[in-house]
Design a binder for this molecule. Structure first.
Ligand SMILES: NC(=O)C1=CN([C@@H]2O[C@H](COP(=O)(O)OP(=O)(O)OC[C@H]3O[C@@H](n4cnc5c(N)ncnc54)[C@H](OP(=O)(O)O)[C@@H]3O)[C@@H](O)[C@H]2O)C=CC1
Ligand SMILES: Nc1nc(=O)c2c([nH]1)NC[C@@H]1CN(c3ccc(C(=O)N[C@@H](CCC(=O)O)C(=O)O)cc3)C=[N+]21
Length: 303
């Protein structure tokens, strides 16, 4: 019986974070400027509040300039757009992140299109999406969760992923599509699966690399995953956990983790896998955006 390697996202995120901290200090020594991040939250979704707090805290810990704008859930679209215009022209702000999802009365696409592509640290603006898909990712800002997932894969399998068979389950603009695009750019043979995919277990079984971004707790069973495969579980699902006490919850991924341990090669846990990488890649993107806006040469890519 083999024993799967646990991909320690928390530890890898900590090492990337140190590197970003060093680079931010260099930037400040050279220019007197700190990378500046603005996070905008509309409404009071508790999960979003947790993420936004964590982004703000990490930015502060790394010595970034960080501002948080919390707007009421009934904010008019025009007011949100006006705030983005202000941030677009603020020279101390290099990165803008609007926490998703937005309340239903606001046109998400309109908001994302207004953010200056140079400041779009989520990588959701059509210009950044286009650059990534055109094979120009070095000039883009790359979405944080897929980018962090790719780093986990490279730290586990080595820098060269070419020729590997990868299945991405999920086709959202936030995770699935950009993940597939990054893996294709690494010369993997990529399949994108979704809710209409037939024989999903068989599709997944053929993969060297499985990335799960579905949002359904433990939907992907251990027996669907081939021997020795590497599994990146992006899913974050909060389930009630009465065994931990009344009203308590616990997080699980999209993959049945325990069922994988005796035969997969490596797997990310939830929590402690992709989540911590997402936050640190947001800081990496903010630093990249700051250097570009200050006219400095690109830093080495982070692996
Ligand atoms: N760790 C992190 O940092 C982050 C984690 N997440 C988590 O990742 C997960 C996915 O997020 P996101 O991409 O935004 O989710 P979406 O809901 O936008 O997309 C889910 C995708 O899963 C597909 N899907 C749904 N049901 C099935 C099924 N039965 N079989 C196969 N595919 C299915 C959908 O297919 P179709 O298109 O056909 O409907 C869709 O493409 C969530 O748990 C989210 O919380 C998200 C962002 C960051
Ligand atoms: N514009 C925008 N950009 C995003 O990047 C974005 C977003 N909107 N909306 C929501 C999703 C979700 N997301 C996560 C970030 C960190 C963790 C994270 O740190 N997770 C910890 C656990 C956190 C906990 O305990 O709740 C972990 O997995 O170990 C998870 C999920 C970013 N998102």
């Amino acid at each position: 019986m083999t024993q799967a390697t646990l991909i320690d996202g928390k530890a890898i995120a900590a090492s990337v974070r140190e590197e970003i901290g060093r680079r931010a200090q260099e930037l400040q020594a050279a220019t007197g400027k700190r990378p500046g991040l603005a996070v905008v939250l509309v409404g009071e979704d508790p999960a979003s509040q947790v993420y936004v707090r964590s982004k703000d805290r990490t930015a502060n810990e790394l010595g970034f300039h960080s501002v948080k704008h919390t707007l009421p859930a009934d904010t008019a679209e025009a007011d949100l757009l006006a705030l983005i215009e202000t941030l677009n022209t603020d020279p101390d702000i290099h990165g803008i992140l609007v926490q998703l999802p937005l309340p239903g009365h606001i046109d998400e696409s309109k908001v994302l299109r207004l953010i200056r592509p140079e400041k779009d640290v989520d990588g959701f603006h059509p210009v950044n999406v286009g650059l990534l898909n055109a094979g120009e990712r070095d000039h883009a800002l790359v979405p944080c969760t897929p980018h962090g997932s790719l780093i986990l894969l490279k730290r586990t399998l080595g820098a060269d992923l070419s020729g590997k068979t990868a299945v991405v389950v999920g086709r959202s603009n936030i995770v699935g599509k950009p993940m597939a695009s990054l893996l294709l750019a690494e010369s993997c043979t990529v399949t994108i699966a979704h809710s209409r995919t037939r024989n999903l277990p068989d599709v997944i079984r053929a993969a060297d690399i499985v990335v799960a971004a579905v949002g359904r707790p433990e939907m992907i069973r251990g027996e669907w995953i081939g021997k020795g495969a590497t599994v990146i579980d992006v899913g974050i699902n909060r389930l009630p956990a009465p065994e931990l006490g009344e009203g308590k919850t616990r997080l699980v991924g999209d993959v049945a983790f325990d069922e994988c341990l005796d035969h997969v090669g490596a797997i990310t846990p939830v929590p402690g896998g992709v989540g911590p990488m997402t936050i640190v890649m947001l800081m990496a993107n903010t630093l990249t955006a700051a250097r570009r806006q200050l006219g400095l040469p690109e830093d080495k890519p982070i692996f």
